[in-house]
Design a protein around this ligand. Structure first.
Ligand code: MG
Length: 272
């Protein structure tokens, strides 16, 4: 039996300290946390101790494919429990890592697709430099020369900004996704789903399980036979649903634990 498990990482399986508390009140105790990412010596991302055990089991029993919008460098900081995954998907599908190395043929294919279906990234970045005002924009970042994102002061974001930007971007083959303090502009043709289908072909997977929390995970979930999403995040907030995707109400790092448990349980079921 060959089961491929493709899961988003941030706010699906792993959580910043702030995100770990989603759904908790100020008086609720902080859950026990195990660090899975350090940045410049500081702990950055966490899972619960039980989720850590479940993720190790998942990596041992299935083809577990971390599937993230993170750049390769940002992904490289994460140390998930269990053996190192043979495959990983970074930059929202722009890089398919095989044994830690980006597959050049895959990447070249992605570049060719984007050249046809998306406006040049430079046009999008130039627009952002005009419309993203310093009053609520901390940073403008270009990721792997594939997409761009703003780090924003979310509470100070003008209410019309994201809808207007979304309409502008749609005409140029881009979509927006607002996750915590990050506002992404990603080509519609750059999807986690296409990369997951490629990995499934390569390893002859009989079934694909997926998990994700944001709009950038819709194509990932569509590429799966069954999936799950947490009670927080854009998918929950927008009311997105699909018959094969289980919607749980648990939020924060506890949702990550439940999702890891669901993936382990489902991967044990017979395929078909
Ligand atoms: Mg996420």
């Amino acid at each position: 039996m060959s089961v491929l498990v493709a899961s988003d990482l941030d706010r699906t399986l792993i959580y910043s300290e702030a995100a770990s508390r989603l759904g908790l009140g100020p008086d609720d105790p902080t859950p026990d946390l195990v660090c899975v990412e350090e940045y410049e010596g500081a702990p950055m991302s966490f899972v619960t101790p039980r989720a850590a055990r479940l993720l190790a089991e998942l990596a041992e029993r299935t083809t577990f494919v971390p599937t993230t919008t993170r750049t390769r460098e940002q992904y490289g900081r994460i140390r998930l429990p269990g053996p190192l995954p043979e495959f990983a998907i970074c930059a929202n599908g722009g890089h398919l890592l095989v044994a830690g190395e980006s597959d050049p043929d895959w990447h070249e294919g992605v570049r060719k697709t984007l050249a046809v279906h998306a406006a040049p990234l430079a046009e999008v970045v130039a627009h952002l430099k005009v419309v993203a005002l310093p009053a609520w924009t901390h940073k403008l970042r270009v990721a792997e020369d594939l997409f761009t994102y703003l780090v924003v002061e979310r509470a100070a974001l003008p209410p019309g900004f994201v809808p207007e930007l979304t309409a502008w971007a749609a005409e140029r083959g881009y979509g927006t996704s607002l996750q915590g303090r990050k506002l992404y502009l990603v080509p519609d043709a750059l999807t986690k789903g296409e990369a997951v289908r490629e990995v499934a072909r390569r390893c002859g997977a009989e079934s694909v399980l997926a998990a994700g929390d944001s709009l950038l995970d819709i194509e990932l979930l569509r590429a799966a036979d069954a999936g799950i999403r947490p009670g927080h995040g854009e998918l929950a907030e927008s009311g997105w649903s699909a018959p094969h995707v289980e919607a749980i109400t648990t939020e924060g790092v506890q949702a990550g634990e439940r999702i890891a448990g669901w993936l382990v349980e489902r991967s044990r079921l017979p395929v078909g």
